[in-house]
Design a protein around this ligand. Structure first.
Ligand code: ADP
Ligand code: MG
Length: 248
């Protein structure tokens, strides 16, 4: 579904991503772990095609098409979605309008049903994230992704700033967006996902199939997410740079 080859990128003239290689197939959920400032958010922003990030080398292919130079809306329409680490306030656009834009439908009953599932009904008439609590803003990100229904969804630290109750709601929504329940029923999943997590807590709600450790702008280790977390808890991230056990 997504193939990233030798991707390097900079922001404000500062090189951040350094020859990233990552392949995510249909049905797979990948977890990206790494210390603060290693470039995880930059990677997701570059995949989404955010302006201001400059790709200096490499390619991004999505569902067989080279999207390295595609605009952000072309990528969203092609089926890529992103939940921000720090959801921005958007003045002058209500949450309801955003849901309608994401779903491409003005079906009031459908919008209401989605909002009710995430306990966000009272927020529908408010500007996006304006005065929302941490948990409300993260739930609003899930609302938008549920409405957009992307084939490939990225989640940037979905547990940050979120209490345990909200984490269960966010985790449940993520599982739905990634069709993990669907897979249990039919044995087949059409979606794929990339979850950035600093703590790994969210993986208790959404199981990831593959884990990658990201440091200094590139993937330094691949493995089972649970094993990787156990290793990091014990030895810290710096040990990943020294250790040669994993296949790069
Ligand atoms: P992570 O998500 O892993 O914590 P980020 O991708 O947010 O890391 O940041 C990687 C590096 O890029 C950091 O050193 C950060 O300060 C830098 N960076 C991010 N945005 C900008 C920007 N707009 N201008 C300059 N540097 C930036
Ligand atoms: Mg980040």
């Amino acid at each position: 579904m997504l193939e990233i080859k030798n991707l390097s990128a900079s922001i404000a003239g500062k090189p951040i991503l350094d020859k990233v290689n990552l392949t995510i197939n249909k049905g797979e959920i990948h977890a990206l772990l790494g210390p603060n400032g290693s470039g995880k958010t930059t990677l997701l922003m570059v995949i989404m095609g955010m302006p201001r990030y400059e790709v200096t080398a490499g390619t991004i292919t999505f569902q067989g098409k080279d999207i390295t130079k595609a605009t952000i809306d072309e990528r969203a329409r092609a089926g890529i979605g992103l939940a921000f680490q720090r959801p921005p306030v958007v003045r002058g656009v209500t949450t309801r309008q955003m849901v309608e834009i994401c779903s491409g439908s003005k079906d009031e009953a459908q919008t209401k049903a989605l909002a009710t599932r995430l306990s966000l009904e009272p927020m529908l008439e408010r500007d996006i994230n304006q005065g929302f609590s941490g948990g409300e803003a993260k739930r609003a990100e899930m609302l938008q992704l549920l409405a957009q229904n992307p084939d490939f969804a990225m989640f940037d630290e979905p547990e940050s700033g979120v209490d345990l109750d909200n984490m269960a709601i966010v985790g449940g929504a993520m599982a739905e967006i990634l069709e993990t329940k669907e897979m249990r029923r039919t044995g087949d999943r059409n979606k794929a996902g990339l979850i950035v997590t600093h703590t790994g807590h969210i993986l208790e709600f959404v199981n990831a199939d593959f884990g990658h450790i990201f440091m200094h702008g590139s993937i330094v280790c691949n493995g089972n997410p649970r094993d990787l977390f156990a290793e990091i808890r014990e030895n810290g991230y710096e040990e990943c740079v020294r250790c040669n056990k994993c296949q790069k």
